[in-house]
Design a protein around this ligand. Structure first.
Ligand code: ADP
Ligand code: ZN
Length: 293
């Protein structure tokens, strides 16, 4: 079997690994994301003695994943210091003579879950992360969704919860979905150190589900995915899954007639089948896609 490389490029940490086309991960390392120079030096030293046939990069964004675009392969307008307009694919190609697959971390994770995880055997799925930010990727129609750039499903607008007076954290939109429902919004609204400090019966979770169910409603109406996989730190609160499922059913109000939504909602909205490997396996799936294309 061929050896493939995977880079999960996160805003907080980078995870690098190698694996096979069947999704097996053989080895992994992780280090904090500092400056591009410092971080990429560690990436290169990891891959130096590994003869990989392709490397997949699942990156924090925004990025330019459109081949042929002048800034293809760049992390573009990120507010993360030092990383805006960084040509990550170009940097890798300078030291490694192999194919490079490049997409958002969540598009990668959606592809990984479709090939080897919770959506295995289906034709399509949606992957959503609820962590420091909210992002979603879609593996649909045999590929990943691109257009002008990549989808930014975390920034959609939602109706406010009647009891929520928090202004929202998004520097661009204030109270978009990410501004109201990502981890930092939970922390600031409820005055805790981390989302994990809020007990399962805290009203925060009903409000969180209220926002996330609205987002899922829009995604279901627009994309009609066969499965929705939800990961990220906030989704470690497993009580959110049934809360979101029942609120989604209420919002849809029977409009879409399908057993996945009506009888088996618990099997429709699920945690990542690849667990904490969803990000790295996603990058591996991007390498495998690059190899085939
Ligand atoms: P990132 O998005 O940076 O990759 P995470 O997915 O771990 O990282 O998300 C971090 C966010 O998730 C933080 O805002 C944190 O408060 C929140 N979080 C982490 N663990 C939990 C938990 N067990 N329950 C609720 N919130 C959590
Ligand atoms: Zn926003």
């Amino acid at each position: 079997m061929k050896l493939l490389g995977a880079i999960e490029a996160g805003g907080t940490k980078f995870v690098c690994g190698v694996g096979h086309e069947d999704g097996t991960i053989l080895d992994r390392v992780s280090f904090p994301t500092t400056t591009p120079e410092e971080t990429m030096k560690q990436v290169f030293s990891y891959f130096e003695d590994k003869s990989v046939e392709a490397i997949g990069v699942g990156s924090f964004g925004p990025i330019d994943p459109i081949p042929g675009s002048p800034t293809y392969g760049y992390i573009t307008t990120t507010p993360k210091p030092h990383w805006s307009n960084f040509d990550i694919v170009g940097a890798i190609k300078q030291v490694k003579d192999c194919k490079v697959g490049f997409d958002t971390d969540v598009n990668g994770a959606a592809l990984g879950e479709l090939r080897w995880g919770a959506a295995q055997g289906l034709d399509n799925c949606l992957y959503i992360t609820v962590g420091t930010g909210i992002g979603a990727g879609a593996a649909l129609g045999g590929g990943l969704i691109h257009g002008l750039s990549h989808p930014e499903m975390g920034h959609i607008l939602v109706r406010r919860h009647p009891e929520d007076t928090y202004e929202g954290t998004c520097p661009y939109h204030g109270d978009c979905l990410e501004g109201l429902a990502a981890g930092p919004a939970l922390v600031k609204r409820w005055g805790v150190r981390g989302g994990a400090d809020l007990p399962p019966e805290h009203p925060a979770w009903e409000m969180e589900a209220y926002y996330l169910a609205q987002a899922l409603m829009s995604y279901v109406l627009i994309l009609s995915p066969q499965k929705i996989v939800m990961g990220g730190g906030v989704m470690k609160q497993s009580q959110l899954f049934p809360l979101i499922g029942s609120k989604l059913q209420t919002l849809l109000n029977g409009y879409i007639q399908h057993p996945s939504l009506q009888e088996n909602i618990g099997d429709y909205i699920v945690p990542p089948g690849l667990g904490d490997n969803a990000g790295l396996a996603g990058a591996l799936a991007l390498a495998e896609l690059a190899l085939r294309s």
